[in-house]
Design a protein around this ligand. Structure first.
Ligand SMILES: *[C@@H]1O[C@H](CO)[C@@H](O)[C@H](O)[C@H]1NC(C)=O
Ligand SMILES: *[C@@H]1O[C@H](CO)[C@@H](O)[C@H](O)[C@H]1NC(C)=O
Ligand SMILES: *[C@@H]1O[C@H](CO)[C@@H](O)[C@H](O)[C@H]1NC(C)=O
Ligand SMILES: *[C@@H]1O[C@H](CO)[C@@H](O)[C@H](O)[C@H]1NC(C)=O
Ligand SMILES: *[C@@H]1O[C@H](CO)[C@@H](O)[C@H](O)[C@H]1NC(C)=O
Ligand SMILES: *[C@@H]1O[C@H](CO)[C@@H](O)[C@H](O)[C@H]1NC(C)=O
Ligand SMILES: *[C@@H]1O[C@H](CO)[C@@H](O)[C@H](O)[C@H]1NC(C)=O
Length: 772
């Protein structure tokens, strides 16, 4: 049972675990106060009055603290909370989300995925809070966002402060997590439907992370700082430079690079002991280091960066227990982690064409190369390397934070949210010309994919050819209504392949209604983007919001603007009008036509007064987007939501180790153990683990690795569908820092009994082995 910060006895407000202590102390306080002295008696009456106040409403901290010896929140102090929870849904028999590749079906787990929640509140006003969620998922989307808002509402009045206006659901844009949880039909087609189990794991974990953040609320300070991830730790390139070059030369000349190399970090430091509770950072790089042919769940490069940062915090004396490091996606649209560029894997030794990323006219053999591409390990080494580079830059910034950071100086916390229908929405450009956005549609270049994950079937980027090219997409395309002449004109010069915004059979295929949301904490403004803004779109958007914040006096000092996304409702891309004209993947996936990016900018700037310190209102709610969750769940006949049953082969038992590790290994070896398995969908073991490495320490087996560790890989294989047999291989890629010693590999599984269908847990152990 959580408490509002302002309901806590004053001396508990700075404690790390406000949940446990207040009950004890308030009882003690009430008893002792009554027996001690008349002065304290007066105080105790005030305490009782305070409690009555709490029951009747939500008093601000300022109303309760004047009688106490606790410091009053001073300017520049905030209520801060951080929390993290597991969102790893089904890791097998589910299509992964991101590459829209039907063949990318999960076979196991390399790294659990998490929701990281950051709460910031105005200590003098309990109504002013924001929640910034960073999900290790391909995107935020409205199905899970609705689920999260419902989950928060179900937690009761303590959580009533969190809702539509102040909860931002962003995804890291990784491409190696379970899919089948999105609201609209198009992404469901490429995930074979909607999996309630996959959806629920994300919703439940996100809500739990918010609960944990809420329960950790304490007074503290915020500061931000910037660094560039470049040089020897360079981690991103532009994957569509041909489109970027269409932006005006004088505008491009203002920037050294054709992607943003900057990383902005916000540090959460609590007042009680000066320890850091966590960091929330923004940096733009696609979560496409793990390749399209990888089938193990990971958090991609941002998952690695968070993992390394949180591991380092375990031994950092300035980090509080439970330190959370969230690495949020920024203007990711045209960025790639495949920093060696895109090459033809056809033996020609050539790079793909600059204009359309083809090799001999085809996209299929054109692949972006990460720094460790030659390892041929499905992107694992490149992913770790990109994540490590961002970590190195972030860690250096963190270590010099006190000397380079800027404090967030006023305690004002504001947010707004409204839904906007982008179908034929008219608005003025900055020069006053009226233009409009269009119902959602994808161009032919969308089906070409990108150099991070090329499309199939001969579609190419930068293509404006509307002739039939491929039977699959043509079939899908034929299911759609023919775009109206008005839509064709509106979307021009995009040739429309999928007119998703004008099709709603059996339910809506794509979003026309998007979330317009921004958050403000002091001088820091966070734009929450539903679309993947390209580099130049992000720059224009941030600059315009900063200028509007200055002209409307929203902040008391120079505003600092960051952009996070894709968030809230996944709305594909937002290219500039110039890039749109090129119709590479990003332009072809800019759903709402050539002026989409300017519509976002207009909506952000024209609503900015809702971020003003005195603002107590919200824009009109706007139209409610369709909620397809129920329809999807019943429509998704193909999506496997149930395991039939599990059996061990005759003569074996679940968890039995059938292929033992060798007796001894060297550091750096891969240590495999094979077990009689059961389907991991029987129990996701959220907050737990399928795998562990135990070390013999003073005669006792001690767990030293689990599912969270990048180096420990779980692979499940169904070996006999009819009889229900399966096997599990646990591979430990021993790290350079592995200590010599005696170890064993442990497998935690859950089997489903035939007929009865009950689920039983089991544990399997390998024999011991020595690492010398
Ligand atoms: C990052 O690089 C840009 C030039 O690309 C430079 O203007 C800026 O000052 C650098 N920022 C930091 C924190 O070094
Ligand atoms: C995975 O895809 C990459 C291209 O992205 C390719 O080079 C590699 O050979 C593939 N690996 C396997 C095992 O198919
Ligand atoms: C791709 O661009 C090249 C020029 O680099 C051009 O020769 C080729 O025709 C284009 N291919 C397609 C399919 O548009
Ligand atoms: C306003 O800007 C748009 C986009 O750059 C341009 O197409 C239009 O001609 C401009 N209108 C005026 C009146 O300058
Ligand atoms: C495609 O675009 C090019 C350049 O804008 C133009 O010359 C060509 O006519 C267009 N082709 C079609 C089929 O629209
Ligand atoms: C979905 O189904 C649940 C349970 O049947 C019901 O409570 C809920 O109102 C439905 N939601 C919508 C949007 O139809
Ligand atoms: C270990 O198991 C993994 C996953 O099944 C497999 O890819 C790899 O080849 C195995 N390695 C060894 C050394 O057996």
């Amino acid at each position: 049972m959580a408490h509002k910060y302002s309901e806590l006895p004053a001396e508990d407000k700075l404690d790390t675990e406000p949940l446990e202590i207040p009950a004890k102390r308030s009882v003690w306080a009430r008893i002792s106060l009554f027996v001690l002295s008349p002065l304290l008696l007066v105080t105790s009456i005030l305490v009782v009055a305070g409690i009555a106040n709490v029951i009747s409403g939500r008093p601000a901290l300022s109303q309760l603290t004047w009688f106490s010896h606790a410091p009053r929140a001073s300017d520049g102090q905030f209520l801060l909370g951080v929390g993290k929870a597991d969102i790893t849904g089904p890791v097998v028999e589910v299509e992964f989300m991101g590459y829209a590749s039907l063949g990318q079906i999960g076979t196991g787990l390399r790294q659990r995925i998490y929701s990281r929640a950051f709460i910031i509140g105005d200590p003098n006003n309990d109504d002013d809070r924001i929640v910034y969620l960073v999900l290790d998922s391909a995107m935020g989307d409205i199905a899970v966002r609705n689920g999260i808002l419902e989950g928060l509402a179900a937690l009761g009045s303590d959580y009533a402060v969190y809702g539509q206006s102040n909860v931002a659901v962003t995804g890291t844009h990784q491409h190696s997590g379970p899919g089948a949880w999105l609201n609209y039909l198009l992404p469901q087609i490429t995930s074979l439907g909607f999996s309630t189990a996959s959806y629920q794991a994300i919703v439940d974990g996100a809500v739990l992370s918010i609960q944990r953040a809420h329960e950790s609320l304490t007074l503290g300070t915020l500061a931000y700082a910037d660094t560039n991830i470049t040089g020897s730790i360079d981690a991103n390139i532009n994957r569509s430079p041909y489109a970027y070059l269409a932006n005006p030369a004088d505008e491009r000349a203002q920037y050294e690079y054709d992607v943003d190399k900057g990383l902005t970090m916000l540090r959460f430091q609590r007042a009680s002991d000066g320890l850091n509770m966590g960091v929330l950072a923004w940096h733009a790089v696609h979560g496409t280091s793990m390749l399209e042919n990888n089938t193990h769940v990971t958090g991609d490069n941002k998952g690695v960066t968070s993992y390394l940062f949180e591991q380092a915090a375990l031994t950092d004396p300035t980090a509080a227990p439970g330190f959370v490091a969230g690495f949020s996606q920024a203007n990711v649209g045209d960025t790639s982690p495949n920093i060696l560029g895109a090459w033809c894997d056809d033996g020609s030794g050539e790079m793909c064409t600059f204009e359309n990323s083809t090799c001999a006219g085809q996209t299929e053999t054109c692949h972006g190369r990460g720094p460790e591409f030659q390892k041929l390990d499905l992107g694992v080494s490149s992913c770790y390397e990109i994540g490590r580079r961002v970590f190195v830059g972030a860690q250096a910034l963190y270590n010099s934070f006190d000397s380079v950071s800027t404090p967030v100086t006023d305690s004002s916390v504001k947010s707004y949210h409204t839904f906007q229908d982008m179908s034929f929405y008219e608005f003025p450009l900055p020069n006053g010309t009226q233009v409009q956005t269009c119902p959602a549609a994808l161009g032919y270049g969308f089906a070409g994919g990108t150099t991070d994950g090329p499309g199939a079937f001969d579609f190419v980027q930068g293509d404006n050819n509307t002739q039939p090219q491929n039977p699959f997409w043509e079939l899908v395309s034929d299911l759609l209504t023919t775009p109206t002449p008005e839509q064709v004109a509106c979307q021009s010069p995009k040739p429309i392949l999928l007119d998703i915004g004008q099709m709603s059979v059996p339910y809506a295929w794509g979003p026309n209604i998007v979330d317009i949301q921004s958050l403000r904490v002091g001088q820091l403004i966070m734009i929450i983007s539903p679309s993947e803004a390209t580099t130049m779109t992000g720059r224009r958007w941030r600059d315009a919001v900063a200028a509007a914040a200055v002209s409307k006096s929203i902040t008391t000092t120079t505003p600092k603007v960051v952009l996070g996304g894709p968030a809230n409702t996944y709305a594909h891309y937002a290219a500039t009008p110039e890039e749109y004209g090129i119709q590479r993947y990003e332009g072809a996936s800019t759903l709402f036509g050539p002026w989409e990016s300017y519509a976002y900018i207009y909506l952000s700037t024209s609503n900015i007064q809702y971020l003003a310190s005195g603002s107590t209102s919200q824009p009109a709610a706007g139209p409610t987007p369709p909620d397809n969750r129920n329809a999807s769940a019943s429509f998704s006949l193909i999506q496997k939501n149930v395991v039939v049953f599990d059996n061990p082969p005759i003569g074996n038992s679940f968890g039995q180790c059938t292929t033992q590790p060798n007796p001894s290994y060297s550091v750096g070896d891969v240590i495999n153990a094979t077990f009689v398995g059961a389907n991991p969908r029987n129990n996701f073991r959220l907050e737990g683990t399928f795998t562990a490495i135990e070390m013999l320490v003073n005669g006792a087996w001690t767990q030293v690795r689990d599912d969270n560790d990048w180096s420990l890989v779980y692979t499940w294989t169904r070996t006999n569908t009819i009889l229900g047999y399966s096997s599990v291989v646990i591979s430990w890629e021993t790290e350079s820092y592995t200590q010599p010693g005696t170890y064993r590999t442990v497998y935690y599984g859950d089997s489903k009994t035939p007929v009865i269908g009950s689920i039983k847990s089991f544990v399997g152990y390998s024999g011991s082995y020595i690492i010398g």
